[in-house]
Design a binder for this molecule. Structure first.
Ligand code: C2E
Ligand code: MG
Ligand code: MG
Ligand code: MG
Length: 287
C-alpha cells in the first residue's frame, strides 16, 4: 500500500519534471523569435508621491503574448532570456519602446513624468549599456533625468566593482538608478552607499503585512530612516491597501507603487489615467 502510494507520488513527480522540462524547451524555442514576431509589449504602472499626491512616473513592465501559449509572465521567461542571452536584444527593445512611449506622452503635457525601466544583470555587466541608453535618449529626445533604471540587489552586490563603472557612466547621463526588491538580498545600506544609487525600492514582501505586523513596520521604518540619512529616495512596492499607504506616509516614505494606486496599464489606458489624475492626497481623507 505504502509502496504503491510512493510509486504514484514518484510518478507524479517525474511527470511534473518532464512537463516542466518540455515547457522550458518550448518557451526557449519560442523566445528566440519573440522580437521578429512582435510578441512583446509593455504595460506601465504609475508611482504616487506621498508628499505631493502627484503621479511622478511609471514603471515599464514587460509582457509576452504568445499566439498559442498565451500571456507568459516575466518571472517565467526573463530567467530563460538571461540564460540564452536573449535578454540583451529584448532589453534594448524595452529601453527603446519605453522611451518612445514617454516621448509621446511628453507631447501631451506630461513633461515631468519619469520612466523606470528594469535592467537585468547581463545588461549591466556588458558595459555598453550607457552607450545604448545615450543613443535611445538622443533618438527620442527624452532627457536623461527623466529615466530611471531599476537594478536588482544581487547583481550589484556580486559584481559591484564591475557594475560601479557602468553605473557611474549612466549617472553621468543624468539617469537615476534604483535598487529594486530591496531587502530580499544581502546588501546592506552601508555597502550601497559606495555605489552611485539614487533610489531604493522596498520589496513588496516587507509591505504586505506592514499594517498588522510590528516587525515589518519596524523594518520599513528603519530602512526609510537609513535611506534618508544616505540621501536616497524611497519607494514602497506592492501597496494594495489604504492602511499601508497611510502608514508609509507616516513613516515619510517618498513614493508608493501598487494596485492601490493602479495596476500596470496598457499605454492607452495609462495615458488616460495620467491625464485624469488630479491629486492622490484626496484619497487619504477620512472615509
Ligand atoms: P519588479 O520590477 O519588482 O516589478 C513589480 C512586480 O510586482 C510587477 O510584476 C508588478 O505587476 C507587480 N505588482 C505591482 N504592484 C503590485 C501589487 O500591489 N500587488 C501585487 N501582487 N503585485 C504587484 P510583473 O509585471 O509580473 O514583473 C515581475 C518582475 O519581472 C519584475 O519585478 C521585474 O523584476 C521583472 N521584469 C518585468 N519587466 C522587465 C523588463 O523589461 N526587463 C527585465 N530585465 N525584467 C523585467
Ligand atoms: Mg522593477
Ligand atoms: Mg521590485
Ligand atoms: Mg519584485
Amino acid at each position: 500500500q505504502a509502496k504503491a502510494a510512493g510509486r504514484r507520488t514518484y510518478q507524479r513527480y517525474t511527470e511534473q519534471m518532464e512537463w516542466e522540462l518540455r515547457q522550458r524547451a518550448t518557451l526557449s524555442g519560442a523566445l528566440r523569435k519573440v522580437l521578429e514576431n512582435g510578441e512583446l509589449r509593455l504595460v506601465y504602472q504609475p508611482r504616487l508621491s506621498l508628499r505631493t499626491g502627484a503621479i511622478t512616473g511609471v514603471e515599464a513592465l514587460l509582457r509576452w503574448e504568445h499566439p498559442y501559449l498565451g500571456l507568459i509572465p516575466p518571472n517565467h521567461f526573463i530567467p530563460l532570456a538571461e540564460e540564452s542571452g536573449m535578454i540583451l536584444p529584448i532589453g534594448e527593445w524595452v529601453m527603446r519602446e519605453a522611451c518612445t512611449t514617454l516621448r509621446r506622452w511628453r507631447q501631451h503635457g506630461l513633461g515631468t513624468l519619469n520612466m523606470s525601466v528594469n535592467v537585468s544583470a547581463l545588461q549591466l555587466l556588458r558595459g555598453d549599456l550607457p552607450r545604448y541608453v545615450a543613443k535611445v535618449l538622443a533618438d527620442t529626445g527624452v532627457p536623461g533625468e527623466r529615466l530611471e533604471l531599476e537594478l536588482t540587489e544581487s547583481v550589484v552586490m556580486a559584481k559591484a566593482a564591475q557594475a560601479a563603472q557602468t553605473m557611474q557612466a549612466l549617472r553621468d547621463l543624468g539617469v537615476r538608478l534604483a535598487i529594486d526588491d530591496f531587502g530580499t538580498g544581502y546588501s546592506s545600506l552601508a555597502y550601497l552607499k559606495r555605489l552611485p544609487i539614487t533610489t531604493l525600492k522596498i520589496d513588496k514582501a516587507f509591505i504586505d503585512d506592514i499594517a498588522q505586523n510590528r516587525d515589518d513596520k519596524a523594518i520599513t521604518h528603519s530602512i526609510i530612516a537609513m535611506a534618508r540619512t544616505l540621501g536616497l529616495y524611497v519607494v514602497a512596492e506592492g501597496v494594495e491597501h489604504q492602511a499601508q499607504a497611510r502608514l508609509l506616509m507616516e513613516q515619510h516614505c517618498d513614493e508608493i507603487q501598487g494596485y492601490w494606486v493602479a495596476r500596470p496599464l496598457d499605454p492607452y489606458r495609462c495615458l488616460a489615467f495620467l491625464r485624469n489624475w488630479r491629486s492622490g492626497v484626496a484619497r487619504f481623507e477620512p472615509a
